[in-house]
Design a protein around this ligand. Structure first.
Ligand code: TMP
Length: 219
């Protein structure tokens, strides 16, 4: 894999977990502290990734097959890794990404039923061994999260709703798969209770990231 000197942080969570708000708060805080940060998102991030995101999330694309969905997620990710993430890490920057391969393991691997092996196989091609150094998993009750996501979609007349409009069973599988991942990788994945106020969640995020960066500087 390409050598890296920077730090790669990711946010994960089911629909309506508040992770994107938490990402913005963290990035602002890191920049205020003088850190050089690249923030990006998946699917999306790069201009090409944003075009792929439209295909993936457009509610009109109901015929998109699970395998095509998986490959498009990784197409956006490969573009992000090559164009933005690896160059930023090579420059020693902190990269903060809204979702990464853990999302694919959970949504396509578990909830769509494609299996983790298929996800890891394509990850090897698209990401070439790049794994987040630290992942902040914002956990929220499935129905609370879906309620938040639906209110947001109505307010903004959102059209990127193809995946959040999946049935409750799909989102219950997403939630359970995230919790399993956190149990399997407790060192990398930090589970944070997202059922609290924005400020309470942000305080936990900051405490975890501050400790992580301090440890990293010491080693
Ligand atoms: P977002 O709402 O966090 O921007 O994510 C967009 C949707 O895409 C969300 O429903 C989760 C889904 N998704 C996957 O299904 N697989 C993936 O690999 C990624 C990155 C997102």
């Amino acid at each position: 894999m390409t050598s890296k000197r920077g730090v790669f942080l990711t946010f994960e969570g089911p629909e309506g977990s508040g992770k994107s708000t938490q990402l913005r708060l963290l990035v602002h805080r890191l920049r205020t502290a003088g850190r050089d940060v690249l923030d990006t998102a998946e699917p999306g991030g790069t201009p090409i990734g944003v075009q792929i995101r439209r295909v993936l999330l457009d509610a009109k694309n109901q015929d998109l097959s699970p395998t095509a969905e998986l490959l498009l997620m990784f197409a956006a990710r490969a573009q992000n890794v090559d164009q933005w993430i690896l160059p930023a890490l090579a420059e020693g920057r902190i990269v903060v990404c809204d979702r990464f391969t853990d999302s694919t393991l959970v949504y396509q691997g578990a909830a769509r039923g494609l299996g983790a092996d298929m996800v890891y196989d394509i990850d090897r091609i698209a990401c070439r061994g790049l794994v987040p150094d630290l992942t902040l998993l914002i956990d929220v009750d499935t129905e609370t999260g879906l309620g938040r996501a639906r209110r947001r979609n109505q307010r903004t007349q959102e059209v990127e709703t193809r995946i959040d409009e999946q049935c409750l069973e799909f989102h219950t599988k997403v939630h359970a798969a995230y919790r399993r991942l956190a149990e399997e990788e407790p060192n990398r994945i930090k589970l944070i209770d997202g059922n609290r106020t924005e400020a309470e969640v942000a305080a936990d995020v900051w405490a975890i990231v501050e400790t992580f960066l301090a440890d990293k500087l010491a080693n």
